[in-house]
Ligand binder design. Structure first.
Ligand code: DX5
Ligand code: ZN
Length: 224
């Protein structure tokens, strides 16, 4: 199943309620929420109070991407704030296994992410426990960057390993996704896409989300 998860990092923060309702109306599968702490990445966004504040405005699945140092300290609180899935970075903690356990015990899906310079095999030890792997296709921290083509091979390596283990792990890609790059990633085995500028720049979000989803569906696993 292909999922499009628009990233509210590119939205109008002075009108978050309206932005969330617009994504709901545009039939976004998930809503991607980027949390940055100014330590793990050189940018700061928002935390629990903002997630709590937007939670009542939609029933959509909250896909929370933590770009924070030592996420084990806060992972469960993000679930209480309204996250349905919590992604943390492999590079941000020495306690990845424990963090997965904390997220699941709090009642959400757990996901591990890798930065562009971290090899695919870094996440192999978590393939049996994690519900999702997030492959960053730009350096985390900012929206609107160009897609890094080396991400495609990384996606393929992870999908092959998941298939080998008989796991239907969700593989999400985040950064520089548009109608062209989404096809490269879906063909290599990605089935979930965090999309910032391509959705928020568009005049017709519903149409753009539909077009992205269809483009990915048409080539999913074609180049595995
Ligand atoms: C970047 C964030 C992304 C970002 C993607 O660190 O994790 O979710 O919003 O934005 P685009 O799609 O514009 O690259
Ligand atoms: Zn993200």
């Amino acid at each position: 199943m292909i999922r499009i998860s628009p990233s509210i990092l590119s939205s109008d923060f002075s009108n978050l309620e309206r932005e969330i309702r617009s994504l709901d109306a545009a039939d976004a599968d998930w809503i991607h929420i980027d949390v940055m702490d100014g330590v793990f990445v050189p940018n700061i966004t928002f935390g629990f109070p903002v997630i709590k504040a937007i939670r009542p405005h939609t029933k959509r699945f909250f896909d929370v991407h933590l770009m924070i140092d030592r996420p084990e300290r806060y992972a469960a609180q993000f679930v209480s704030a309204g996250a349905d899935l919590v992604t943390f970075h492999f590079e941000s903690t020495s306690e990845a296994e424990k963090t997965i356990g904390l997220i699941k015990a709090a009642g959400a899906m757990a996901s591990v992410s890798v930065r562009p310079d971290t090899p695919a095999r870094a996440v192999f030890p978590y393939l049996d426990e994690a519900d999702m792997i997030l492959v960053m296709s730009v350096e985390p921290g900012f929206g609107g960057q160009s897609f890094l083509p080396a991400s495609v091979d990384k996606i393929r390596e992870i999908r092959r390993e998941a298939i080998r283990r008989n796991k239907n792990t969700v593989i999400q890609v985040d950064g520089g996704i548009d109608e062209k790059t989404i096809c490269l990633c879906a063909a290599a085995g990605a089935d979930c896409f965090a999309v910032g500028s391509t959705v928020f720049r568009s005049d017709d979000r519903a149409k753009t989300i539909r077009a992205l989803r269809t483009a990915a569906q048409n080539v999913y696993l074609a180049d595995i």
